[in-house]
Ligand binder design. Structure first.
Ligand code: HEM
Length: 394
């Protein structure tokens, strides 16, 4: 039968099992995946959207751990993160943090992101590792900037975020526990940042988030610290891997790279197509809150339900020629940022902005950019990630 859809080694080797996912979409779209624990693998676009938009049926808060049990301390912390909550609890927190992430606020960041990108590319020449020199620092610098974290702290924030997300990859964390320890450090760091802003408010997102909104509601200290923790993971690794996965995809599709070089303004649609094609977040889990049917399949209360964005984003019912990478694709209703509903990615505008600016500048400045060595992938079934991508810039 099918390969193990969540085998970490397989992801490290060759990324998501696209052929198997395609077979499932066509023959067994809501598939019982045996294992410890077993779960329903949801692979079709419409079903992923349905699950994402019905948090009353598919909970984000019940039964947290997807594949590994975690220590109670981490579990308690995870429960408090909005990613792991359902409405109405989630709604209050989300509307408080939305204040910091409006499209207007994000667009105002564009000149700044251009500068960060320019500075990074100025430092690069000849042969470099695209991940270490470009894809990884860009979102990290942007997040640190958003938080008003001092430049001197960037490296430590970077190391923590690697340990948290790479907890299953020995290159990043010696053990999953190291990921937990790093999370505690980010948490404490956020606390420090907030304390500094309380003493000396600034015109930045931290100050905005610790102040009451127009209804007098505010994130308490704990909620704020957890939000920062979420940002450091959610805003960093995802964008990094969209950038490096996008670069690799452009190497694999030289005709599309030539198109971009000829017309760098295409980076706007290219950003979305990269997120569709790479699906940097491979999957997310939910838990059924009742006995229910999904595409003809009987699901029982408390069953785990896992949505595969990487599969839905290549579903022929939603995309013309889904297996063609087309940087001009428009419209592009991909669900790489989630299938809509309560948890839809808070940072989607920011991520697209970073990708647009980066690929535009790469195409303008380094039209002869090429791959010079083997790619090394992250050992993770959650993030479709790349650890190393050797390139020559000019
Ligand atoms: C949630 C993808 C960049 C912050 C999510 C979700 C996905 C996702 C799939 C879950 C959606 C769901 O469960 O329905 C991505 C991708 C990115 C990216 C592919 C880059 C290409 C960012 C950035 C930030 C961010 C830059 C912040 C600066 C968040 C947060 C959540 C989230 C806070 C949780 C929202 C909630 O629970 O209400 N993202 N993301 N993401 N993302 Fe992103």
């Amino acid at each position: 039968m099918l390969v193990d859809l969540v085998d970490q080694d397989r992801y490290a080797d060759s990324g998501p099992p696209h052929e198997q996912l395609r077979w499932l979409r066509e023959h067994d779209p809501v598939h019982w995946h045996p294992g410890e624990p077993g779960f329903w693998a949801v692979t079709r676009y419409d079903d992923v959207v349905h699950v994402s938009r019905h948090s009353e049926l598919f909970s984000s808060s019940r039964r947290l751990a997807l594949f590994n049990e975690m220590p109670e301390e981490q579990r308690a912390m995870q429960r408090l993160m909005m990613l792991n909550q359902d409405p109405p609890e989630h709604t209050r927190r989300r509307s408080l943090v939305n204040r910091g992430f409006t499209p207007r606020t994000m667009n105002a960041l564009e000149p700044h992101i251009r500068d960060i990108c320019d500075d990074l590319l100025d430092k690069c020449s000849g042969e470099v590792d695209f991940v270490t020199e470009i894809a990884a620092p860009l979102p990290l610098y942007v997040i640190c900037e958003l938080l008003g974290a001092p430049v001197a702290d960037r490296d430590k924030v970077f190391t923590w975020s690697n340990k948290m997300i790479g907890a299953q990859d020995p290159d990043y964390a010696a053990s999953p526990d190291e990921g937990g320890a790093a999370a505690m450090e980010v948490y404490a760091y956020a606390n420090q940042l907030a304390a500094q802003r309380r003493g000396a408010p600034r015109n930045d997102i931290v100050t905005k988030l610790i102040q009451p909104d127009e209804n007098g509601e505010t994130l308490d200290e704990n909620e704020f610290d957890l939000f920062v923790l979420l940002l450091v993971v959610a805003g960093n690794e995802t964008t990094r891997n969209a950038a490096s996965g996008g670069m690799l995809t452009l190497f694999d599709h030289p005709d599309q790279w030539s198109r971009l070089v000829a017309d760098p303004a295409l980076s706007r649609t290219a950003a979305d197509e990269i997120v569709r094609w790479v699906s940097p977040v491979n999957l997310f889990r939910r838990t059924a809150t009742a006995d229910l049917m999904l595409s003809g399949q009987q699901i029982r209360e408390n069953d785990k339900v896992v949505v595969f964005y990487s599969s839905a984003n290549r579903d022929s019912s939603a995309f013309a020629q889904p297996h063609t990478f087309d940087i001009g694709r428009d419209p592009n209703p991909h669900i790489g940022f989630g299938g809509g509903g309560a948890h839809f990615c808070l940072g989607n505008h920011l991520a697209k902005l970073e990708l647009r600016v980066l690929f535009e500048q790469l195409a303008v400045r380094f039209p002869r950019l090429r791959q010079t060595g083997e790619v090394r992938r992250l050992r993770s079934n959650f993030i479709n990630g790349i650890k190393e991508l050797p390139v020559r810039l000019n």
